[in-house]
Design a binder for this molecule. Structure first.
Ligand code: ADE
Ligand code: ZN
Length: 336
């Protein structure tokens, strides 16, 4: 209980979050109804029954299906604002939100509709809830590099709303090397390069993400532990891993939370953060991830403080903003 309260009020940032993965069944039903779209579930209970996954692809199939009810700018606004309200309630002071434009543009929804709805919610959350946020445009790696280029072009007009690019979806068989040219073009446009790597793919995917895509932060990165040289390289480059404990057990990347490598990563000297990935699908928001991994690995308050500190330090914020949030965290830590 003491730890739970400490976690609840701990100032923190979320660095690995897919907005489409925050789609709670109740809101999905509401938006489906107002857009008159049929979904293959009759009740929230049926939805929850379907959310039992044996691997990443199992999850992705259902996740892309759920996103299909999002049609109008207001739908994207409502989805994003609902998540940002949860941030405020969990003392998430800053969040870096991934969105998958191709999941929507491939269905005939314009890039503008998607980004306008999401960014309007972010602006409102900043002024009304005091939650800071920025956006990461993620390319779907099961699609071609040419299609990623098309998305990059569509983003030109909204360049001012996007901070970074990411790479998500089915990892195995879609290595970072497939996207070298589009990452180069993205960096030339001023986007910061990030990517999922080493979630289901082996250490070679992480090497490629580092050396070919020149990423600044690794999403997941669990399988980097397969290669001690890679671990040393990540430490040398001072790169953080955005770890997602409940996602890892839901997708069977890790069998049991007690076997989760998070503490081992920290002990090796890796910079680790805790995140929720797709909270509506994996059984817990960010604070639940902190609570359950704390219990499973007997993390101390010092560990939790360090994880929260990493979340600000390895965010994409400007130095002055990082220091502002870290000072707030420091004050909390010293008095709790
Ligand atoms: N898209 C949403 N969540 C994802 C994950 N955990 N891995 C890859 N792609 C994703
Ligand atoms: Zn993810």
């Amino acid at each position: 209980m003491v730890m739970k309260k400490f976690i609840q009020n701990l100032p923190k940032a979320e660095l690995h979050l897919h907005i489409e993965g925050t789609f709670e069944p109740a809101l999905m039903f509401e938006i489906a109804q107002r857009n008159q779209i049929k979904i293959p579930f009759k009740s929230v209970k049926e939805v929850e029954e379907a959310y039992k996954f044996s691997c990443l692809q199992d999850f992705l199939d259902i996740y892309y299906q759920g996103a299909q009810v999002l049609i109008k700018e207001q739908d994207f606004y409502d989805l994003t604002y609902a998540y940002l309200k949860k941030c405020a309630a969990q003392n998430v002071r800053h969040t870096e939100i991934m969105f998958d434009p191709q999941t929507h543009t491939d269905r005939g929804i314009s890039f503008e509709t998607v980004i306008t709805g999401i960014s309007r919610a972010c602006a409102d959350a900043k002024s009304k809830l005091g939650v800071s946020s920025l956006l990461i445009m993620s390319f779907l790696r099961h699609l071609s590099e040419e299609q990623a280029f098309k998305t990059l072009e569509q983003s030109f007009a909204f360049r001012h709303l996007i901070t970074a690019v990411g790479l998500d979806s089915s990892e195995k068989g879609n290595p970072p090397s497939k996207f070298v040219k589009v990452y180069k073009a993205s960096v030339n446009m001023g986007y910061i390069p990030l990517a999922h790597a080493g979630e289901e793919g082996d250490a070679s995917y992480v090497w490629e993400a580092l050396n070919l895509l020149k990423i600044k932060r690794i999403d997941h990165g669990n399988n980097a532990l397969q290669d001690p040289k890679l671990v040393q390289e990540i430490i040398k480059r001072d790169m953080a891993l955005t770890v997602c404990p409940l996602s890892n057990t839901a997708l069977k990347v890790v069998e049991n939370l007690k076997d989760h490598p998070l503490k081992k990563m920290m002990d090796l000297g890796l910079k680790v953060t805790i995140n929720s990935d797709d909270p509506a699908y994996f059984g817990g928001q960010i604070n639940q991830n902190y609570v359950e991994i704390q219990k499973a690995l007997s993390l101390t308050k010092d560990d939790l403080y360090l994880l929260a500190k990493n979340s600000f330090e390895y965010s994409l914020l400007a130095r002055s903003e990082k220091e502002f949030f870290k000072a707030e965290l420091e004050l909390y830590y010293q008095s709790n």
